[in-house]
Design a protein around this ligand. Structure first.
Ligand code: GTP
Length: 235
């Protein structure tokens, strides 16, 4: 196994599946099964999931809502998605612990780094909810921060595209995919991998990022076993 401890970042929108809103149970179970197959190999897995399928702070701001208020609502949305993933994984017999950056002790544990690491060592999938607990930060930044804190070897960004392209492949037919790319080149070419706060945090802490297609069955397992899937961003 190439990666002993990973941070898997999933987007909230992906959980919608073909629905326009909320959580598609079929997609949720597909993801849980993918995670379980990596877990069965003994990989230590932490997960951060977005909340865009339920609420997006930035869009609410466009509609006139206070940005900070909207961001907190978005953080709560990530907790709902985290609970859904937790329940799906436990239904498959995978042990999990959910930790939230905003205290809600009736529902989950508070985020405590050392406890999270112990959970991972004991073979529990750890899900981090409520982003960083602060407005103005994305869940990509939360994922990066947690990955660094728990000393994950890599951050795996599961998306619906199979990597980073020279241009948007949905708009430009000549776009080609990178197998690997340097952090510097992503800046120079203005490619969108993560928001710049998250991306810079990865670069400064030498945390590699792999962007891959989470909707393709077997990809996650292949990745942790060291196969070249998606695009690797490295120092
Ligand atoms: P070990 O100490 O390694 O055995 O970990 P553990 O998580 O099994 O121990 P603990 O007794 O802390 O937790 C037992 C259960 O309670 C787990 O399912 C935890 O997720 C849950 N739990 C622990 N702390 C909290 C909390 O503050 N709030 C909520 N809602 N659940 C908690």
């Amino acid at each position: 196994m190439k990666y002993k401890r990973i941070l898997l970042k999933l987007s909230g929108e992906a959980l919608m599946g073909d629905k326009g809103f909320g959580i598609d149970q079929k997609r949720l179970m597909e993801y849980a099964n993918e995670i379980k197959s990596a877990y069965n190999k003994g990989c230590q897995i932490a997960i951060v999931i977005g909340g865009g399928n339920i609420f997006r702070g930035i869009q609410a701001e466009k509609g006139g809502m206070d940005r900070v208020h909207g961001d907190y609502m978005g953080m709560l949305a990530t907790v709902i998605n985290s609970m859904a993933i937790q329940s799906a994984l436990e239904g498959l017999g995978v042990q999990t612990r959910l930790q939230s950056a905003i205290k809600m002790e009736q529902i989950c544990e508070p985020f405590i780094r050392r406890k999270a690491v112990r959970h991972l060592e004991k073979g529990r999938v750890v899900i981090f909810g409520a982003g960083t607990g602060n407005p103005y930060f994305t869940t990509d930044t939360a994922a990066t921060l947690r990955a660094i804190e728990i000393e994950a070897s890599v951050i795996l960004k599961g998306t619906r595209v199979d990597g980073i392209y020279t241009a948007d492949p949905e708009k430009d037919r000549t776009a080609t995919k990178y197998n690997t790319i340097k952090f510097e080149e992503v800046y120079e070419k203005g490619l969108e991998v993560m928001d710049l706060t998250a991306f810079t945090l990865c670069k400064e802490n030498k945390l590699p990022i792999i962007v891959f297609d989470m909707n393709k069955q077997g990809n996650l397992l292949s990745l942790i076993e060291g196969e070249k899937v998606g695009t690797l961003v490295e120092v």
